[in-house]
Ligand binder design. Structure first.
Ligand code: AMP
Ligand code: MG
Length: 493
């Protein structure tokens, strides 16, 4: 394959290791990206590149772009597709990287190990009927939302670059093909464990669990029951992650078990979106007609997914199956309490509370109930409370709210910390801006239809500091014009 020439490491700064490749062969398939016709760099995350020890200028050069498109393989990379399974909308399937390859793990200057994955890089042994490709719109969408999530302080995979391929892909209509370079703590999924539990041996399962322990939870060391500790640690991270989603109003959209990362990072941005009007029943995915992945259902689904992980780990938890089930059930039953504790802590911060009072939870619930009743915007309500600038929204005009507001102020006056500290805590906990759906769509439309990337670049710029409360952000806090149809995003592949 003459296309695959090596790039000298010193130019781009790649420093690959390939620990995943040394896991049992059944877990992956060696495959190079399929070369594309004429790659063009659309966006490069220069700050991320630099922090990973990469040379942004070299990545922008012809050779760098060839690499981001999969036309050249950097020195030290050992491309492979990962095998995994997953429950999709409750149904178990064999999946795997059908349109992505893992180039390897970049070892950063600070010693971090980060997966580098090209998404949209061509067919693999796990492609089933798919073409292995991705369209520009959805890849830019993942770039925008993942970077916004990172700036909001939510654990997530990152986006290093998007290139177009110069090829048109078939999606009912012809769309420009694109490849996203995704950066992740790892791509180990709940579904990876499900795959091995279903089709692998216990030795393979143990190798995978040991790998996850070493890579993500080295602090567990030599605990008594290593694999129970692994399960508990994943549950803990997910409890933090899902609480953060709820606190920021983020709806993942497709919480299938293959889209839940063991590392605790948000992964696989498909039909995700941030909620505008507060309503726990909010669904954005066009294919989620039963509301399985609705905003208010996310904690419940997370627990369901973690139960699937626990099931997969059963053979490692205890030699006696009954005992193993008991241990698994105990761990899973902790999720609800862990989640709730994180959520309550975050909600207290959103309302400027430092200490704990027993009535706090009902005060919070009362606010949420009113927000739902008067169809208040989730982000803007907290923003208005933070700035003490109550606008002319329906909620703020009600007597109910006036009473609540008085109780809340009285609650804050009972704590030692001065008002200024409460205000600061609220500013750090309530984003002034989020990637609002109409703004994201506007940016994607300009990119896809006019090859105008300036709208997206401006959006990315304001989203990079969501807690700045700067004047130029005001424009991005306005709601979309009322629409007759509810907002839906599609699993655009
Ligand atoms: P996702 O909805 O992105 O989580 O993908 C679910 C599964 O479908 C994964 O196994 C993907 O690799 C696979 N898949 C999605 N799109 C494609 C495509 N265009 N070609 C091949 N496989 C795909
Ligand atoms: Mg997925």
């Amino acid at each position: 394959m003459t296309e695959h020439k090596a790039i000298p490491e010193k130019e781009t700064g790649w420093k690959f290791d390939n620990s995943y490749a040394s896991l049992p062969n059944s877990l992956h398939a060696r495959i190079n990206p399929t070369p594309v016709r004429s790659p063009k760099l659309i966006i490069l995350n220069e700050r991320l590149a630099t922090s990973m020890g990469l040379n942004a200028e070299a990545l922008k050069s012809h050779e760098g772009v060839e690499m981001l498109a999969g036309n050249q393989i950097p020195d030290g990379a050992l491309p492979l597709a990962q095998a995994y399974a997953g429950h999709q909308f409750g149904y178990f399937n064999m999946l795997g990287d059908g349109r992505a390859v893992l180039l390897g793990e970049q070892i950063t200057p600070s010693g971090e190990r980060l997966d580098i994955q090209l998404k949209g890089s061509g067919r693999t042994p796990y492609s089933r009927g798919g073409d292995g490709r991705a369209a520009l719109g959805p890849m830019l969408r993942e770039y925008i939302i993942s970077e916004a999530m990172h700036a909001l302080g939510i654990a997530t995979t990152r986006s290093l670059a998007v290139v177009t391929t110069g090829e048109i892909i078939n999606r009912e209509i012809g769309l420009p093909g694109a490849i996203l370079t995704r950066v992740a703590a790892s791509h180990l999924r709940v579904g990876t464990f499900q795959y091995v539990a279903r089709w692998g041996t216990v030795e393979e399962l143990r190798a995978l669990a040991d790998y996850a322990l070493q890579r993500h939870f080295p602090e567990i060391g030599t605990a008594d029951n290593l694999y129970l500790s692994l399960l508990q640690a994943v549950i803990k991270r997910q409890a933090v992650l899902i609480a953060n989603w709820q606190l920021m109003g983020f709806i993942h959209g497709v919480m299938n078990t293959d889209n839940m990362a063991i590392s605790g990072e948000t992964i696989d941005y498909g039909p995700c979106a941030f909620m505008d009007t507060y309503d726990p029943a909010t669904v954005f995915s066009s294919i989620d007609s039963n509301g399985r992945y609705a905003y208010g259902n996310q904690p419940h689904i997370a627990a369901w997914n973690l139960a699937r992980l626990a099931e997969a780990l059963l053979p490692l938890l205890h030699v006696n199956e009954e005992q193993a089930v008991k241990l698994a059930e105990g761990a899973i039953s902790d999720f609800g309490e862990l989640y709730h504790r994180n959520w309550l802590k975050g909600m207290r911060a959103k309302l400027g509370m430092f200490n704990e009072e027993s009535e706090d939870e009902s005060l919070i619930e009362d606010l949420l109930v009113m927000m739902q009743k008067y169809r208040a915007d989730y982000t803007n309500t907290f923003r208005a409370l933070t700035m003490d600038q109550l606008d002319d929204s329906v909620l703020f005009g009600t007597e109910e709210f006036a009473q609540w507001h008085e109780l809340w102020l009285a609650r804050l006056s009972r704590q030692q910390e001065p008002q200024a500290s409460s205000h600061q805590l609220m500013r750090n906990s309530n984003p002034a801006i989020i990637p609002r759906n109409h703004r994201v769509e506007e940016a994607l439309e300009a990119a896809e239809q006019q090859e105008d990337y300036s709208v997206m670049e401006r959006l990315l710029d304001v989203l990079s500091s969501p807690f700045a409360y700067s004047p130029e952000q005001t424009d991005y806090t306005t709601l979309p014009a009322p629409s007759t149809r509810p907002y839906r995003t599609y699993c655009g592949t």
